[in-house]
Write a new protein. Structure first.
Length: 216
């Protein structure tokens, strides 16, 4: 994915066109067969992100669902090491062709977006929410998103995982998050915590700590 744009661009574009067309045809089949439901509730519009929004139809309000009624979740973790310019030129157009069929987009997963957000926002006019993982410069992406997009923060799971959570780093992670998001729209989604050594109370402790930082 990093070398083919230079060494064999025609073959790479052929592959990307195939993947794009396959995805679009699959989605169209789902629509035609009536297999999609509105995802504007807790059906996860993005990676563990709720879909509640007033700009799309409420669940149960339509018998026939269309693409424009739905959230879509595009991401491109695999191209993190590709330059923003190459990403914009080679990969993003194919992502956008699929994503722009839908009503709203939630962009990203674990990849950093602070070095290529301008290109992403330009390509996805339906962009509403952006994943902010620990690979981003939290304050830089906060300035970029401002009040125009939802800052969906993914706290770094390593700090709370394993036998001994690092409470100093957990606290700083959340303090930096709320400082970076400022007065914008903030969503906090905890993901990828696979091992807490059976210590369930630490989850409640984290929630209490985070609420104290927010002031609620």
């Amino acid at each position: 994915m990093m070398l083919w744009p230079i060494e064999c661009p025609d073959e790479l574009h052929q592959i990307l066109r195939y993947l794009r067309d396959d995805k679009i045809n699959f989605y169209r089949w789902l629509i035609e067969e009536g297999l999609l439901e509105l995802n504007t509730d807790n059906q996860l519009a993005g990676p563990s992100s709720y879909g509640y929004v007033s700009d799309l139809p409420e669940p149960g309000s339509k018998d026939k669902v269309e693409f424009k009624d739905l959230w879509v979740w595009p991401e491109s973790q695999e191209t993190t090491s590709v330059s923003p310019q190459m990403f914009d030129e080679v990969y993003l157009p194919y992502i956008a062709e699929v994503a722009n069929m839908f009503g709203l987009s939630y962009y990203g997963c674990c990849e950093a977006v602070d070095d290529r957000f301008e290109q992403i926002a330009k390509a996805l006019p339906n962009l509403r929410t952006v994943s902010v993982s620990g690979w981003n410069d939290l304050h830089k992406i906060g300035e970029i998103l401002g009040n125009n997009f939802v800052y969906c923060r993914k706290p770094t799971p390593a700090f709370i995982s394993g036998k001994s959570p690092d409470w100093d780093r957990l606290k700083k992670d959340m303090q930096d998050t709320f400082s970076a998001a400022k007065d914008g729209s903030l969503e906090v989604v905890v993901r990828d915590v696979y091992d807490i050594d059976g210590d369930m109370p630490r989850i409640s402790k984290w929630v209490d700590m985070t609420r104290s930082i927010i002031g609620i």
